[in-house]
Design a protein around this ligand. Structure first.
Ligand SMILES: [Mn+2]
Length: 364
């Protein structure tokens, strides 16, 4: 199976990642109208555009999985809603000739990773997804994403992925494949991780891959654990010292960023990256890094968080010195109006502005 066939097996057109018959039909059609100037024959129009990936620098993918979440779900709708806001408010970036919207990974919403499944279940799901049980293709969202991304980086080692989640477990396949590809190319990279939480559990109720544990399981692929730099932490059962000592990661909690200001923090991160001679950066952005005032349409909104300008200041300062060659925006759950009726609109607007900034940085 070549990469084009693999893509058409493992992905669906942008916006179609949540499997529905009628729900959100109008939203999906509005997005397809923007992308393909039609709402009929979308599958064919999407397939015909595959070759545009060859000329693109950045591939957008949606991962509509929230099976790795567990407090309040709904981040499966992030990719469709965030794309809509990007088309509305940041059309020059999302429609840039070097950006190609490659689609959404296929998602069976009851599954997380194939390693948690028995053989008869895998076979049944292969039948449902591919009408074939001989292909050996994965069936769970994290396994599908990892398989496709591995082939993507093998095919296009210098292209970049901007991914839209999904709960934060989707960053496990995203960063693992990125880190392995960069390591094979002899490039030294660091992950800049914005989040209210450390995501450094080893497991949660016996499940090792989830929104609260993905970081722990990618540390082995980094040049060293201190190349995971976490910003905005504030909701944690243990203090900063515990995490830095136990795992070797670096953290800048939100109170420190608010007290010292984003410039001072950016300078600290920059001197580390320069000292370690890092080549490139991956930015993983959990929307709950932002204060609940800006980001309440998410599974675990947290007070005392960062303001959008503090995050954009830091991203711009880093992007001025280091290429950002991978990024994701996760945990936007548009149907969760946890604060008020404006939750959805506010969260999507700030999420799209930061996504647009990340996309722009990846194009430079
Ligand atoms: Mn997270």
């Amino acid at each position: 199976m070549n990469f084009e066939q693999l893509t058409h097996n493992l992905l669906v057109p942008p916006g179609n990642g949540v499997y529905t018959v009628n729900t959100a039909k109008e939203r999906k059609e509005a997005l397809h109208q923007k992308l393909y100037q039609t709402t009929e024959g979308v599958e064919e129009a999407w397939k015909a555009q595959f070759k545009k990936l060859n000329d693109a620098e950045v591939a957008i993918v949606g991962v509509c999985s929230d099976t790795g979440g567990g407090i309040l779900r709904g981040a499966n709708w992030g990719p469709l809603f965030l794309r809509q806001n990007l088309h509305k408010n940041h059309s020059s970036v999302i429609n840039h000739e070097k950006v190609h919207d490659t689609g959404d990974f296929r998602v069976i919403p009851h599954l997380l990773h194939d390693k948690y499944l028995n053989d008869p279940t895998i076979e049944n799901c292969q039948k449902a997804l591919f009408n074939d049980t001989k292909s050996g293709l994965p069936v769970s969202p994290l396994s599908i994403a990892e398989h496709w991304l591995e082939k993507f980086y093998a095919e296009f080692p210098s292209k970049k992925v901007f991914a839209i989640g999904g709960d934060h477990s989707v960053s496990y396949p995203l960063t693992k494949t990125y880190l392995k590809s960069k390591r094979d190319q002899g490039k030294k990279v660091a992950i800049i991780h914005f989040d209210a939480h450390t995501d450094l559990l080893t497991e949660r109720l016996g499940i090792d891959l989830c929104f609260g544990s993905w970081c722990t399981h990618i540390l082995e692929f980094l040049p060293s654990a201190d190349h995971l730099i976490q910003l905005g932490i504030r909701s944690s059962g243990k203090d900063r010292g515990h995490w830095e000592k136990t795992f070797g990661v670096q953290q800048f909690w939100s109170d420190q960023i608010i007290n010292e200001g984003p410039e001072a923090i950016a300078n600290k991160v920059l001197s580390f990256l320069e000292e370690k001679k890092v080549d490139e950066l991956y930015v993983s952005f959990d929307i709950d890094a932002l204060d609940a005032e800006y980001a309440s349409a998410t599974g675990t909104p947290e007070e005392n968080g960062l303001a959008p300008y503090q995050c954009s200041y830091i991203i711009k300062a880093l992007a001025a010195k280091f290429p950002i060659t991978g990024a994701d925006m996760v945990e936007i759950a548009p149907f969760l109006n946890t604060k008020d009726t404006q939750s959805q609109e506010t969260t999507l607007t700030v999420g799209a502005a930061l996504s647009s900034l990340l996309l722009e940085s990846m194009l430079n």
